[in-house]
Design a protein around this ligand. Structure first.
Ligand SMILES: Nc1ncnc2c1ncn2[C@@H]1O[C@H](COP(=O)(O)OP(=O)(O)OP(=O)(O)O)[C@@H](O)[C@H]1O
Ligand code: SF4
Ligand SMILES: [Mg+2]
Length: 363
C-alpha cells in the first residue's frame, strides 16, 4: 500500500466575486521510502501541493474536493488535533528560508527540546541528548555548543542543516522539502542535497522535493511530477522524464536548461509565461505557449493517459501514441504559436499505448 495516495485533489482560493482553482484534480501515489520530485515554473502550484498535503492551506484557500490518504487516513477530512499529531509525528516540512522556520528569540536547543517535548514524554536531559544525536547526524560540529546558540549566530548552511535535524527529530515517515536550498550559496546547496539524500536513504524516509531545478530532481528523486497551472501534466520515472520527456511543456523545460545551449547562444526559453489563476486558458492551459496546439487543445482539457511507465496529459501525445498521427515528425501545428522548442526527439520512438487511465491513477 502507498504511504501517500492523493486522489482528485482540488484546491481553490475564494476571491471577492468567484473562487479560483489553484490545484485542479491532482492524483498521485508515493511509496514508503520513495523520493518524488515536483517540478514546474513559478506559479505552477508546487508549493500549494506541498501545503495541501499537510492541510496547511489557510484562508482564503480551501480544499474543495479530493482525498489525501496518508498511512490509511484521509488528511483532507482531519480535524486540527489529528492534524497536529500527523504534522508533528509523521510528516515534516522544510522550507526555502530557514529563518522562516526558526524562532529568532529561542536558542537552537530550546527549539529542538520544545519540539520533542511537545510530542514525547521526555525529561529536559533526555530531549537534549536526542537533539545532540540529531545534530551529529546532520554533521553539525560541536553540537553541545550549538544548542546554546541563536539562529542568527549561525551560517545559512548551518541553519538549514539544523532545520533538517529538527525535521528528523520525531522520525517522520515523510519529509516535504520546498526549494530547500534556493536561499543558499551554490557551493552549500550540493552539500545539503547530498545530506538529505543520505538521511532519507538511511532512515527510509519518503521525500517530496519541490523545486524548479531539474538537475536537483535528477540527482535526488526516483519519480517526478511535472506541474502546469495547477495540474499534473506528466509523471513517471525521473530518468525517463529527463531523458525522454513526452509533454511539450516538459520538453520545453528540458530544452531551456543551460546545458542544452551552446556557449554564446541564447537559452531556449519557453515563450510566454505561466498564467495567473484568474486567467487560466481553456482546454489545455499550456495551449497559448505550445507549438503543437490545435483547435481541440483550446477547448478540451486533455485526459491523463498512461503510456508504459509514464502518464501524460496532451492531445498531441495521445494522437501520436495511438498511431493516428505521423510519429517521428513532431511538426508543430500551424496555429500561429511561437515555436516552444525545436527538439522533437521525444516523439521519435512510439511506445505502446497500453492503458487509458482518465485523470491519473498514480504510478
Ligand atoms: N494565498 C493565495 N491567494 C491567492 N492565490 C494564491 C495564494 N497563494 C498562492 N496563490 C497562487 O497559486 C498559484 C500557485 O502558487 P504556488 O505558490 O503553489 O506556486 P509554485 O509552483 O510553488 O511557484 P514558485 O516556484 O514561485 O514557488 C500561483 O498562481 C499563486 O499566485
Ligand atoms: S499539443 Fe495541445 S494538449 Fe498537448 S501540450 Fe500542446 S496545447 Fe496542450
Ligand atoms: Mg513555491
Amino acid at each position: 500500500m502507498a504511504l501517500l495516495s492523493v486522489k482528485d485533489l482540488t484546491v481553490k482560493f475564494a476571491m471577492r466575486e468567484q473562487s479560483v482553482t489553484a490545484l485542479d484534480g491532482i492524483s498521485f501515489d508515493l511509496a514508503k521510502g520513495e523520493r518524488l520530485g515536483i517540478v514546474g515554473e513559478s506559479g505552477a502550484g508546487k508549493s500549494i501541493t506541498g501545503f495541501s498535503l499537510m492541510k496547511l492551506i489557510s484562508k482564503p484557500g480551501f480544499i474543495d474536493r479530493g482525498q489525501i490518504q496518508f498511512d490509511g487516513r484521509d488528511i483532507a477530512k482531519m480535524d486540527e488535533p489529528a492534524l497536529r499529531d500527523i504534522r508533528g509525528n509523521h510528516m515534516a516540512m522544510i522550507f526555502q528560508d530557514p529563518m522562516v522556520t526558526l524562532n529568532p528569540v529561542l536558542t537552537i536547543g530550546e527549539q529542538m527540546v520544545e519540539t520533542l517535548r511537545a510530542h514525547r514524554k521526555l525529561s529536559l536531559e533526555e530531549a537534549e541528548q536526542i537533539a545532540i544525536v540529531k545534530l551529529r547526524e546532520v554533521y553539525i560540529p560541536s553540537p553541545e555548543e550549538r544548542l546554546r546558540q541563536y539562529p542568527h549566530e549561525l551560517s545559512g548552511g548551518m541553519r538549514q542543516r539544523i532545520i533538517i535535524a529538527i525535521a528528523l527529530l520525531l522520525e517522520p515517515k515523510l519529509i516535504i522539502a520546498d526549494e530547500p536550498t534556493t536561499a543558499l550559496d551554490v557551493t552549500i546547496q550540493a552539500d545539503i542535497m547530498d545530506l538529505m539524500l543520505e538521511l532519507c536513504q538511511t532512515n527510509k524516509v519518503s521525500l517530496i522535493l519541490i523545486t524548479h531545478d531539474l538537475g536537483v530532481v535528477n540527482q535526488m528523486t526516483e519519480r517526478t511530477l511535472v506541474m502546469y497551472a495547477g495540474r499534473i501534466i506528466e509523471s513517471g520515472r525521473t530518468r525517463e522524464i529527463i531523458n525522454d520527456p513526452q509533454h511539450p511543456y516538459t520538453q520545453g523545460l528540458i530544452n531551456a536548461l543551460p546545458q542544452q545551449t551552446l556557449p554564446g547562444q541564447p537559452l531556449k526559453q519557453i515563450p510566454g509565461s505561466m498564467p495567473s489563476l484568474t486567467n487560466i486558458p481553456t482546454g489545455c492551459a499550456f495551449h497559448p505557449r505550445c507549438a503543437y496546439a490545435t483547435s481541440r487543445c483550446k477547448t478540451e482539457i486533455p485526459r491523463t493517459l498512461r503510456f508504459g511507465a509514464v502518464e501524460v496529459a496532451c492531445h498531441e501525445v495521445e494522437r501520436l501514441k495511438a498511431g493516428q498521427g505521423k510519429a517521428g515528425t513532431g511538426q508543430p501545428a500551424a496555429n500561429g504559436n511561437a515555436s516552444a522548442n525545436g527538439d522533437t526527439s521525444a516523439y521519435d520512438e512510439a511506445s505502446t499505448y497500453d492503458e487509458a487511465s482518465a485523470n491519473g491513477s498514480g504510478s
